[in-house]
Design a protein around this ligand. Structure first.
Ligand code: PGA
Length: 239
């Protein structure tokens, strides 16, 4: 089955209000006609979603949040609900990123957030990935499989799965094409034929073609290289 690639940029805690002009520049770098065969998503800090929704209007760039709270509303100081993300103009939300899991978020929390997102009409991007020790121990596939089974809520069929080996995030190290191929085959078995599986971890223009050409890789989740529109466009061209 041919799936539309998803090229997703995660800005993390970078940027300021001047950056929201950039999506318009994206149109100059990569005309909409060239993007007809793929989806391009930017996940800025939550504060910038609404103004970006205005500046991205008519550019066919999709917007997402980097996280959301599991509750619909309530006394959760500093948090953002899935409903707020949706009403600000986003269609996606990343849940279970390893940088948030590192703060104690469990698979169960991730599943609850994914369900909260889906209820609001957001497409959750559920992240999983093993540590370097786990990979060295030869446990990467079993650990990732267990994470997926516990992080994808029962009954949810419409979601994106992002495989991001923790040791490859922001380090410049990437998994080899063979490792990615093997892991994505395992993931495909679990998630079935209709879920897009992204690879994430130091994806950049120089390695995008090989990674995106790997079997069962349906796109990429990109941190550092998504901060420059030019490099994000170069990655998108490789898809
Ligand atoms: P990176 O980040 O591309 O900077 O490695 C990826 C991610 O955290 O999603």
């Amino acid at each position: 089955m041919i799936m539309r690639p998803l090229i997703a940029g995660n800005w993390k805690m970078h940027g300021d209000m001047s950056w929201i002009e950039k999506p318009a520049q994206f149109d100059t770098l990569m005309p909409a006609t060239e993007r007809g065969h793929l989806d391009i998503l930017i996940c800025p800090p939550a504060l910038f979603i609404a103004p970006m929704a205005a500046s991205c209007f008519e550019t066919n760039i999709l917007l997402g949040a980097q996280n959301c709270h599991r509750a619909e509303s309530g006394a959760h100081t500093g948090e953002v609900s899935a409903g707020m993300v949706k009403s600000a103009g986003a269609d996606f939300v990343i849940v279970g990123h390893s940088e948030i899991r590192a703060g104690g978020e469990t698979d169960e929390d991730v599943a609850t957030k994914a369900m909260a997102a889906a209820k609001q009409g957001l497409m959750p991007i559920i992240c999983v990935g093993e540590s370097l020790d786990t990979r060295k121990d030869g446990q990467a596939e079993s650990v990732v499989s267990a994470q997926i089974k516990a992080s994808v809520p029962e009954g949810l069929t419409d979601y994106v799965l992002a495989y991001e080996p923790i040791w490859a995030i922001g380090t410049g190290m990437t998994a080899t094409a063979d490792d990615i191929k093997a892991m994505h085959a395992v993931i495909r078995e679990i998630v079935g034929p209709n879920v897009r599986i992204l690879y994430g971890g130091s994806v950049k223009p120089a390695n995008a073609k090989e990674i995106l050409g790997t079997e069962n890789v349906n796109g990429a989740l990109i941190g550092g290289a998504s901060l420059e529109m030019e490099s994000l466009a170069a990655i998108a061209r490789a898809a």
